[in-house]
Design a protein around this ligand. Structure first.
Ligand code: GLU
Length: 464
């Protein structure tokens, strides 16, 4: 057997991709990718009532946005039903499972007895002689050990011991021949060669039952790592009450994928005091031993700070494509070719001073807008007769300036000085003329982005 690491993400396509699920996917991806392993995707679509193609599409889209590429084809759990049934029958043949003919009514009647409260249904068929089998529908139950304990050697939770008398003989194959989820998970993980199962700790108890199936089949048990769920900022289990819980909402709010990856990696896992890191570092550092045992709390401020740091170091072309993705996700109008060009020229000047993508667009307003510039009320206040006169002098002074930051600063400085004004007083009317707004990037950045001709035209439009 090769010792290649194989992880998987196994979401049920029953809703949007929860950010808890996205983090599970990320942990599996990091673990595999940092070790030259494989990261697989299995859609657990056995629940036909609740599984939808839209939810599968949302999962694929979410993983794609987050940049979590998987190896091979998407595996559909539902499509493996025949193989799951085959394994149930194999366990039947080896005596590790048995046919149970008990009817729903019999089981319900057992449960209704007060003395059976909290007890597991002891199937009378567990040790029955096959010659006594009726010609009736049956389920296949695992012949689970009655004595002893099942130990989950969990890489995060430590050894978790469950008494076998707490685990009933679970149904593996229903009377209609369809496999149960619990059987399907084990068969799929085995057949896909999964070596590490990293998933939410809501599946911890399932692991004990699943280990019993591995044992019954004589298969190697993978390493389990059950990670604590994500909590909201108030410390309570994350729910819609806390706002955004679907991954696509984060894209629509303008968080960049790289920042999201970094933040989600830190949510429940740590590497010393490192908060900000690249994908390469995360792949190198990520280990199961760094996963904490207590639930991590979602902290939007931290998320924003980390996103800002990522935007600052992202290549302009990549940023542009993230912005386009954000606009589509937020159902906002797309950029035209001229706007894309303008953005590419603007990004180097502003990407170091924002936290999320919409702020990039906000700060780029001056370069995305056209003459005649619409001047907002607040900015218009800076345009009195005196300042319009100053703009006119400025237009004249700038005509002769070389279009470098130094020369622009010198030219504006001289005009300001001639009027005994500080730079701030001159900047107000310039902001109004160049952007139509009171709050803008630095006037020199704007002039450099706009270029000589456009700058002069805009200043002249407002000059006395
Ligand atoms: N399909 C399960 C879920 O979405 C995950 C099962 C597993 O990872 O084993 O919660």
């Amino acid at each position: 057997m090769s010792d290649q690491i194989v992880t998987r993400f196994a979401p049920s396509p029953t809703g949007y991709l929860h950010i808890g699920g996205a983090r599970t996917a990320l942990f599996n991806w990091l673990y595999a990718r940092g070790r030259g392993g494989k990261f697989l995707l299995r859609i657990e679509d056995t629940d036909r009532e609740r599984s939808t193609p839209e939810a599968t599409a949302a999962i694929l889209q979410g993983l794609d946005w987050l940049g979590l590429d998987f190896d091979g084809d998407v595996v559909s759990q539902f499509e493996g039903a025949a193989r799951h049934a085959e394994v149930a029958h194999q366990m039947l043949e080896t005596g590790r499972a048995y046919k149970c003919f008990s009817t729903q009514e019999e089981i319900a009647a057992f449960r209704e007895q007060p003395e059976n409260k909290g007890k597991m249904f002891p199937s009378p068929w567990r040790d029955a002689d096959p010659s006594s089998y009726p010609d009736a529908p049956y389920v296949i139950r695992l012949k689970a050990p009655r004595e002893g304990e099942t130990v989950i050697a969990d890489a995060v939770q430590g050894d978790v011991t469950i008494r076998n008398d707490q685990l009933d003989d679970m149904i593996c194959l229903r009377s209609d021949g369809t496999p149960t989820y619990m059987l399907a998970v084990v068969v799929d993980d085995h057949d896909m060669g999964v070596t590490h199962v990293i998933r939410g700790d809501d599946h911890l108890v399932n692991a004990a039952r699943q280990i019993q199936v591995y044992d019954a089949m004589g298969w190697d048990v993978p390493t389990f790592a059950h990670i604590p769920l994500i909590h909201g900022p108030d410390g309570k289990k994350l729910s819609k009450r806390h706002g955004a819980v679907g991954l696509e909402q984060y894209q629509a709010m303008g968080y960049p994928a790289s920042g999201m990856r970094n933040y989600l990696a830190r949510l429940g896992w740590s590497h010393g005091d490192d908060e900000f890191f690249t994908d390469e570092q995360a792949k190198e550092w990520f280990d199961l031993s760094g996963i904490g045992k207590s639930p991590a709390r979602l902290d939007f401020k931290k998320l924003e700070n980390i996103c800002g740091q990522h935007i600052a170091i992202t290549e302009d072309a990549q940023l542009l494509s993230e912005i386009e993705g954000y606009l589509a996700a937020a159902e906002k109008p797309a950029l035209d070719a001229a706007q894309k060009d303008a953005l590419l020229r603007t990004l180097p000047f502003i990407k170091g001073s924002v936290k999320i993508l919409p702020q990039l667009l906000e700060k780029s307003h001056f370069s995305l807008t056209h003459r005649p510039i619409e001047v907002e009320e607040k900015a218009a206040k800076a345009l009195d007769d005196v300042s319009r006169g100053i703009l006119s002098e400025l237009t004249f002074a700038l005509q002769r300036a070389n279009w470098s930051r130094e020369e622009l600063e010198a030219a504006v400085g001289q005009v300001a000085e001639a009027h005994g004004l500080g730079l701030g007083k001159v900047a107000g009317p310039m902001r109004a003329a160049l952007a139509g707004r009171a709050a803008t990037p630095s006037v020199f950045d704007m002039m450099l982005v706009l270029g000589r001709e456009e700058t002069l035209a805009r200043l002249d439009d407002q000059a006395a």
